[in-house]
Design a protein around this ligand. Structure first.
Ligand code: MN3
Length: 215
């Protein structure tokens, strides 16, 4: 998805709509994926339809370089390319059969950068609950593999940092099931984080990261 360019297509949900129950119910998944995520894809394609010169840009390029677009589509692409990028990662990194913990290089990096997994969770929850209004909380890596927690407003991404996973704290992600209880939603979301996938992604980055000149 990140390397795709226009026209973008909605990736199917990688598991059943009822696969994440009871933490995320089927109705929430239908609205969130089929209505909200789909709308970002449709809006982005519509914005780019009259601008063939930007139809070769990848999703990441659109997310990172929206400032250089014409004013007529700049804010729209910022919001909707971000919406596509963020929701793609959100749905891909949830798992119906989550493992209890990260492994390998990721486990080591969490110990180094947070102390332990509960400390990472606390920092991420603080970011998720502290984001005023709509936005996202992120676990990211820099080019050297150092992990950090970020939050972004609206549909902004943490690029050029590499996001490992993200908690959607827009009300549309949880209101049907949790109403105003964002903290309860976070706890449910946390139980669904697919650590095997994050472990593999992090290991792959570490194997292929750009090499900095040695001093
Ligand atoms: Mn959402």
């Amino acid at each position: 998805m990140m390397e795709q360019h226009a026209p973008f297509s909605l990736p199917p949900l990688p598991y059943g709509y009822d696969a994440l129950t009871p933490q995320l119910d089927e109705r929430t998944m239908h609205f969130h994926h089929d209505k909200h995520f789909a709308a970002y894809v449709d809006n982005l394609n519509r914005l780019l339809s009259d601008h063939p010169e930007y139809q070769t840009w990848t999703l990441e390029e659109l997310c990172q370089n929206w400032q250089s677009l014409p004013e007529s589509i700049r804010q729209g692409v910022r919001n909707n390319a971000g919406g596509v990028y963020n929701h793609d990662l959100y749905f891909r990194t949830l798992s119906p059969t989550p493992a209890s913990s990260p492994l390998g290089a990721l486990e080591g990096a969490i110990a180094r950068d947070f102390g332990d997994l509960p400390a990472l969770k606390t920092a991420l929850k603080t970011a998720a609950l502290g984001q005023f209004g709509s936005g996202w909380a992120w676990l990211t890596s820099d080019d050297d593999g150092r992990l950090s927690i970020r939050s972004t407003p609206n549909q902004d991404t943490p690029l050029p940092l590499h996001p490992l996973t993200c908690c959607d704290v827009w009300e549309h992600a949880y209101y049907l099931q949790y109403q105003n209880r964002r903290g309860d939603y976070f706890e449910s979301w946390w139980q669904l984080v697919g650590w095997p996938q994050l472990t593999e992604q992090y290991a792959s980055w570490m194997d292929h990261r750009p090499r900095h000149p040695q001093p």
